[in-house]
Design a protein around this ligand. Structure first.
Ligand code: UGA
Length: 461
């Protein structure tokens, strides 16, 4: 570990960076960092650390993924990621391998960024995290070097204490505290802007088992001018859940209010304009539509609800948030039927398959329940997405996927918009616009001759 004194670093720094540095007892100039997991969190974390001059090795269990990363190719679409990987791999500051043990033995830090999927009862499946932690522990068994293990994966509160610490101790045969530190440093990045979020976080949360470990983790963020929050590991884990749960609450709230407004002829966007300037409310994350998807909100809200039930503190609110979210995609189907009559035999263009724009990720995409409901009612559905077609085909092999927007609109009686890709903005004005447009994301600009209905517009257009 190459440690520079605070005085030395603070001397060369200015403004917020100087203040931030002076709060921490040591600064690590160039650390050897292992990042376990080559998903969004892992790769963006790896890029951000490598760009700061650290040497980073990404570990993944899938050899094909490792081979791709080594060639500077991103395993998924995320703006800017591939270019950054290429640059850092050519500069030899970033590498990837399947060999966890050898990499951990020569490293100062391991960041655990493995997946934490949802179990059948909504609980979090921590088996990847346990396995990775056990392997890190084993790698540290005969090592004399001090090492810090930090969880960045979203893990249920208590995981560092009840899983990471005991598993590391079991694997390594050492006590945490004696040369091994454990920390929790949750990640708040959003797909589509994941790299930017990793490079410029809006806050950094650090939990640690002891103060030396805490200082070591902070030393990796010497220049960050955002708020820095010091807590214990369990609070850090809860912060991540509370953040995602609150955002999900906002979305389900917006959807429920918009549904009421639709019955009363009220445009929800006008309401948000009227409430959003109250600093206690804000304008963001109040967009009404077909609900939230992705790999985080649905799974995290279910896991937190499960944790609450287990702890005998069940949350009616979280359960309601999920229930509203399950119902919401069917709203566009109801609106479609109200406009067209039964959809049996009708040709419907389903526009947008990704769970949000600027990603090819279809996990928990709200387009999927819409597609299923339409197909179950006998509609002929032609799907289109600028990036996520392949992922959607893997989930729904029977889906009729078209390669262009124009193809999906051919002969369509209606279009249903499920993702706010910029390409759909001008849909209403196109000469081939279908007679009916149902907008599940308020993505389409006014204009044209189509009948337009959107969730939350109160029948405004
Ligand atoms: C979310 C959080 O925003 C991140 O802070 C967090 O780090 C991440 O989960 C995670 O836990 O890893 P992400 O799932 O990438 O990020 O995407 P969001 O931009 O939050 O969107 C999630 C879903 O909510 C999308 O389907 C989006 O369409 C929907 N949404 C969002 C709405 O329906 N209405 C809104 O007003 C905002």
């Amino acid at each position: 570990m190459n440690v520079r004194s605070v005085a030395e670093l603070a001397h060369s720094a200015h403004g917020p960076m100087r203040r931030a540095i002076s709060r921490h007892p040591l600064v690590i100039d160039m650390a050897e960092i292992v990042v376990v997991g080559g998903g969004y969190v892992g790769l963006c974390t790896a890029v951000a650390f490598a760009e700061q001059g650290h040497r980073v090795t990404v570990i993944d269990v899938i050899p094909e993924k490792v081979a791709r990363i080594k060639q500077g190719r991103a395993p998924f679409y995320e703006p800017g990621l591939e270019e950054s990987l290429q640059r850092l791999i050519s500069a030899r500051v970033l590498d990837a391998t399947t060999d966890l043990a050898a990499s951990v033995r020569k490293a100062d830090f391991t960041f655990l960024c493995v997946g934490t999927p949802q179990g059948p009862d909504g609980s979090q499946d921590l088996s990847y995290l346990r396995k990775a932690t056990e392997e890190v522990g084993k790698a540290l068994r005969n090592s004399q070097r001090s090492h810090v293990v930090v969880t960045k994966s979203t893990v249920v509160p208590g995981t560092a204490r009840d899983v990471v610490v005991p598993t590391l101790e079991h694997g390594s045969g050492k006590r945490v505290g004696a040369g091994i530190g454990v920390g929790s440093n949750p990640e708040f990045l959003k797909e589509g802007t994941a790299l930017q979020d990793a490079r410029h976080p809006d806050r950094i949360v650090v939990g640690a088992t002891d103060e030396t470990t805490r200082a070591a983790i902070w030393s990796l963020y010497p220049g960050a001018s955002c708020p820095r929050i010091d807590v214990d590991c369990t609070s850090a884990e809860m912060i991540k859940y509370a953040a995602n749960a609150f955002l999900a609450v906002k979305i389900s709230f917006a959807n429920e209010m918009a549904n009421i407004g639709d019955k009363l002829g009220v445009d929800w966007n006008h309401v948000v304009r009227g409430i959003g300037d109250d600093p206690r409310i804000g304008h963001l994350f109040l967009r009404a539509g077909i609900g939230f998807g992705g790999s985080c909100f649905p799974k995290d809200v279910a896991a937190l609800s499960h944790v609450g039930r287990e702890a005998r503190a069940p949350s009616k609110l979280l359960d309601a948030v999920l229930e509203i979210n399950e119902r919401q995609p069917l709203r566009v189907v109801e609106m479609l039927e109200a406009a067209l009559g039964p959809v049996q035999g009708k040709r419907i263009a389903l526009l947008g398959l990704a769970f949000k724009p600027d990603t090819d990720d279809v996990r928990e995409s709200r387009a999927r329940p819409v597609w299923q409901a339409l197909v179950a009612r006998g509609a002929e559905v032609a799907c289109y997405d600028p990036r996520a077609s392949r992922g959607f085909s893997a989930l729904e092999p029977r889906a009729d996927i078209r390669t262009t927007l124009a193809e999906s609109l051919e002969g369509a009686h209606a279009a249903v918009v499920c993702t706010e890709w910029p390409e759909f903005h001008g849909l209403a004005a196109r000469p081939d616009a279908p007679p009916v447009i149902i907008d599940g994301r308020r993505a389409v600009a006014p204009g044209g001759r189509s009948r337009y209905l959107a969730i939350g517009d109160g029948g405004a257009r």
